[in-house]
Design a protein around this ligand. Structure first.
Ligand code: SAH
Ligand code: SF4
Ligand code: F3S
Length: 443
């Protein structure tokens, strides 16, 4: 049965920033096809669920979300499942959820218009190919999306940590070419972005050649983007400890626009567990990296990811994680209960940790991290720092911005979104700072 072609769309992205980036690119693509963005799923003819497969809870969520898209009169929008669940469970989705019209993987979404056309003709469309010619070559030019923009420069992962689905859902490690990245960065700057966050599952594994054919790493790319007129701030995430090169560490000392913030997951504090995770670094080698980064940029804010309850984790192993966290001192960090993922080696390892033990450990770790984050924020009181105003606050006349250290900063100000201003920090709370605009920062 043919349907009316969709005139409006809504995209819901879950998971990491790379999914948020993909969501923005899909929106740009659908807009060039003449579809209008709707701000709610209820108001859209086409709903794209851009899913995450990293933990079981995230992956299962897609099925309840699909159910909720049914409207009061029994009808439903055209439904597309995109992202990592689509890649990992494409066939299963079409079997389990009959109302799904389109399944499209993270490397195939440039084909969305053709898939929508197929669904309009009454078919069910599935595309989870990982084509040799990259999707980026057939996506439209970037548009304005506020003062801070994401730019994916590297995709996929070859590291195969034993708990992780990313190498399967995103495929092998691929770096986008220098030229493509530079063109996109310039387009973003032209469209008004003054902060660019370079993204990749292992962003610091980016490798390429510049216009002169010289081999370059992520630091070379950062230095070149820093020279683009209009670009004031550069960030990058997520990094792997083994790919923190001397050049990248030096860039933290030398590139003014590179923000003093490093998200560098270590996952656990026990070398025995790190080995079972196939992390290919130790706690000592990780701490050496942190020490070198801090030597280059003493005020750098450190963030990380931790998994508690990996198979075989004993109380002593967990205590080593707490000790490592205490030694590093974080500005912020994310921590997760281990979630066994189908097809990964860890899922079938002996000594899976009971749920209640995992839960108790997570609470202890999160209490320590929260205390560190609060202390980091309190230490900002009395400082004057440049803040990029990114959006309106909840109250009228309020703006929400980001400090160089990625702290959220609330100020009473009528200055336009996108202003970079000096702010005097008057209070540091558990999750955010409060400040007073001090002066307009010099250009
Ligand atoms: N490429 C990045 C992070 C990828 S996924 C890195 O290597 O650090 C983001 C985070 O999710 C990981 O850092 C890890 O802490 C967490 N994670 C990944 N797989 C998980 C699993 N099976 N269970 C719980 N947390 C997991
Ligand atoms: Fe997953 Fe490990 Fe690759 Fe990170 S490095 S994406 S945790 S396999
Ligand atoms: Fe999730 Fe895929 Fe990102 S599994 S964390 S959306 S790479």
């Amino acid at each position: 049965m043919t349907r009316t072609p969709p005139k409006s769309f809504h995209i819901k992205s879950f998971g990491c920033q790379m999914n948020a980036y993909d969501g923005a690119r899909m929106a740009e693509l659908l807009e060039t096809q003449g579809l209008a963005a709707a701000d709610r799923a209820e108001a859209a003819d086409l709903v794209v669920l851009n899913t995450c497969h990293i933990r079981e809870k995230a992956a299962e969520k897609v099925y309840s979300d699909i159910g909720r898209l049914k409207r009061a009169d029994g009808s439903r929008p055209m439904i597309a499942v995109a992202g990592c669940v689509a890649q990992a469970e494409g066939e299963e989705i079409t079997r389990r959820a009959k109302s799904v019209d389109i399944v499209v993987g993270p490397q195939a979404y440039h084909n969305l218009p053709a898939l929508v056309a197929e669904a309009t003709r009454g078919g069910r469309a599935l595309d989870t190919d990982m084509p040799v010619v990259s999707k980026f070559e057939s996506l439209p030019r970037r548009r304005a999306q506020g003062p801070s923009a994401f730019l994916t420069v590297q995709e996929g992962c070859d590291k195969f940590c034993t708990y992780c689905v990313v190498p399967y859902t995103r495929g092998a490690e691929v770096s986008r070419p220098w030229r493509a990245v530079m063109d996109e960065a310039r387009a973003l700057a032209d469209a008004g972005a003054c902060e660019i966050s370079l993204l990749g599952q292992n962003v610091n594994a980016w490798r390429g050649e510049d216009e002169a054919g010289r081999p370059q790493g992520l630091d070379g790319l950062i230095r070149a983007i820093d020279r683009i007129p209009g670009v004031r701030r550069i960030r990058y995430t997520t990094s792997h400890p083994n790919d923190m090169t001397d050049g990248l560490i030096a860039a933290h000392a030398e590139v003014a626009g590179l923000m003093p913030f490093l998200h560098l997951p270590v996952q656990a504090g026990s070398d025995r567990i790190l080995k079972a995770m196939n992390r290919s670094h130790t706690t000592a080698s990780y701490l050496r990296v942190i020490e070198r980064v801090r030597a280059a940029r003493p005020d750098i804010a450190i963030s990380g990811d931790f998994i508690v309850g990996f198979p075989g984790e004993t109380e002593a192993d967990f205590a080593a994680t707490l000790a490592l966290v205490a030694e590093i001192g974080h500005a912020q960090a994310f921590s997760f209960k281990y979630s066994p993922r189908p097809g990964t080696p860890a899922a079938t390892m002996a000594d899976q940790v009971p749920a209640e033990v995992m839960h108790a450990r997570l609470l202890r770790l999160q209490a320590l991290i929260a205390a560190q984050a609060h202390a980091f924020n309190r230490a900002s009181e009395g400082l004057v720092m440049p803040v990029l105003l990114e959006r309106n606050g909840k109250k009228p006349g309020q703006r929400l911005g980001k400090s160089p250290y990625l702290q959220s900063v609330l100020v009473d100000s009528e200055l336009p979104i996108g202003s970079l201003v000096d702010v005097a920090i008057v209070a540091g709370g558990p999750n955010s700072l409060q400040g007073i605009v001090h002066a307009r920062a010099a250009a």
